[in-house]
Design a protein around this ligand. Structure first.
Ligand code: NOJ
Length: 524
């Protein structure tokens, strides 16, 4: 395991709820993940990021943590984590955990103690309790809104507490030294157990303007945080990451932090990646880019350019557990699949690191038809069903067989129903089929490991027609992408080059079909 591995790593995201269920309760678990690690090694990724598995009432599928140093019995035990880390390391895989520092669960002992204690107490000072407005304090302290809909304040007795997400997720007060000390201790706990790093939830949200001013009209919007916002992306957050970096650097073996940082400008993102702060961050600019050559190229250039100013590698991500799966975003059906295949080759050829969300390597689409009573995402409830929420990208994986749960667990149980079409998309079905999405990912990841041109480094654009992107990476690698809906001739630069991989292998020689990409190596 070499130094600065994270600069070019491909990190696979395991949504523990939905990856593999070992005990048949319909919910994924850590022994399930552990049993499938060889699959991830064979896929060719470098590391695995596990979504939260800590004890939790699961009001937001684990992003409401009640105990940061243990495992929810639904998912297993601490021994399972230790065993999983050991197995992963034996297979050459690193394990990244999910840290949720912005808020705890309302069932966390700290919050329970805060509710039992009076206003002004040390217990309440760990959270953001404030008096209400209006004659009897019946109005919330300000107009901040929850990311899941509705107001960001809940009243308890004479005070209100802040929750930027669900009411079951009270926000911590990061000006409180006890909070800072506690999280450093939590980091040490998992680093000591062998964790290779952390993905940091809502990394841009920890600091709040102490005046807590009302949001202006333009600030009342979800999505990437605009500058000058009173609770997103305040400068004070950086001090937290500087001290965490000192802590992670004190451990052997290049432990890393990956920030979930939703900010509007890449300049602001780059600030999180200064040399003494986080190692990398998700780059949502790429995920949000439209399917057009211009928009994709702008996302790539802006990302690389801005991150270079602080010496950080770019990262690329197309899907995760919070957004509509990209096969569907790109148009769904055959077209969405074609584009997703092409996007995979683009993403894996770009300089820097990449994230693969479980199931994208199978070409899974978003599941849009789910029974309301099974939806778990709080956004669904809090918007009275107006927003379907994120359950559609969290449906359990199909591994094998022709009937549900398609090998997800030992029986038929799966906490969300898998569509019948997924019988065609199982790992077993796709394995060995050269036309499958799975084999495309496997081949791409194998080339990526073998070719010195891929991973960290630079790219050079070739000049091409409007709906075509082509770039070269040294030594001797070229990626060409046709986002348009008609075939195009290949650029002259790849004359005589060897075709390594194509997202549409049925191409006529010399052309690149619509919505497809291909990789070439110099020489025959
Ligand atoms: C971002 C996580 O990815 C999402 O799933 C969660 O709901 C929020 N943060 C709140 O923790």
């Amino acid at each position: 395991m070499s130094g600065e591995w994270w600069r070019s790593a491909v990190i696979y995201q395991v949504y523990v709820w939905s990856f593999a269920d070992s005990d048949g309760d319909g919910i994924g678990d850590l022994p399930g993940v552990r049993s499938r690690l060889p699959y991830l090694r064979d896929l060719g990724v470098d590391a695995v990021w596990l979504n939260p598995f800590y004890p939790s009432p699961q009001a937001d599928n684990g992003y409401d943590v009640a105990d940061y140093r243990d495992v929810d019995p639904r998912f297993g035990t601490l021994d399972d984590v230790a065993g999983l880390i050991a197995d992963a390391h034996d297979l050459g895989l690193r394990i990244i955990l999910d840290l949720v520092p912005n808020h705890t669960s309302d069932q966390h002992p700290w919050f329970r103690a805060a509710l039992a204690a009076p206003p002004g107490s040390r217990e309440r000072a760990r959270y953001l309790f404030r008096d209400g407005r209006g004659p009897d304090g019946a109005q919330p302290p300000n107009n901040w809104i929850s990311m899941f809909g509705g107001r960001a304040w809940t009243r308890v007795g004479s005070q209100w507490y802040l929750h930027l997400f669900a009411p079951e997720q009270p926000d911590l007060d990061w000006t409180n030294d006890e909070v800072r000390a506690e999280f450093e201790d939590i980091l040490r706990f998992w680093f000591d157990l062998g964790a290779d790093g952390f993905r940091i939830d809502v990394a841009h949200g920890l600091a709040k303007d102490p005046q807590m001013p009302d949001l202006g009209e333009k600030q009342i919007a979800t999505g990437p945080a605009p500058e000058g916002h009173p609770h997103w992306d305040l400068d004070e957050v950086h001090d937290v990451y500087r001290s965490w970096r000192r802590l992670s650097d004190s451990y052997p073996g290049e432990r890393v932090f990956v920030g979930e940082v939703w900010v509007q400008s890449l300049d602001r993102l780059a600030r999180y990646l200064r040399r003494d702060e986080l190692h990398t961050a998700f780059n949502f600019t790429f995920l949000l880019a439209r399917w057009s050559a211009k928009s994709l190229r702008t996302a790539v250039d802006d990302s690389i350019g801005h991150l270079l100013t602080v010496g950080a590698p770019a990262t690329w991500v197309l899907s995760n557990h919070d957004v509509i799966r990209h096969v569907t975003r790109y148009g769904g059906g055959e077209l969405g699949l074609r584009r997703a295949r092409a996007a995979a080759l683009l993403m894996l050829a770009l300089p820097g690191g990449a994230y693969v969300y479980q199931g994208e390597e199978l070409g899974l689409p978003e599941v849009t038809e789910l029974p309301d009573e099974l939806r778990r995402d709080p956004t669904f409830r809090r918007s009275q069903g107006a927003d379907p929420g994120r359950d559609g990208c969290r449906v359990p994986l199909p591994w094998s067989g022709a009937v549900p749960s398609y090998g997800f667990g030992p029986g038929a149980a799966a906490w969300l129903p898998q569509p019948p079409e997924w019988a065609q998309l199982t790992v077993a079905r796709q394995t060995g089929d050269p036309a499958s999405m799975l084999e495309l990912y496997r081949s791409a990841l194998r080339h990526r490991r073998e070719l010195p041109a891929l991973g960290d480094g630079a790219l050079h654009w070739l000049s091409t027609e409007d709906e075509v992107l082509a770039f070269r990476r040294e030594p001797g690698f070229t990626c060409v992408l046709n986002v348009g809906d008609v075939p195009v001739p290949l650029p002259p630069e790849v004359d005589g080059a060897r075709l390594l991989l194509a997202s549409d292998p049925a191409a006529d020689p010399g052309t690149l079909p619509a919505a497809s990409a291909a990789w070439f190596a110099a020489g025959r």
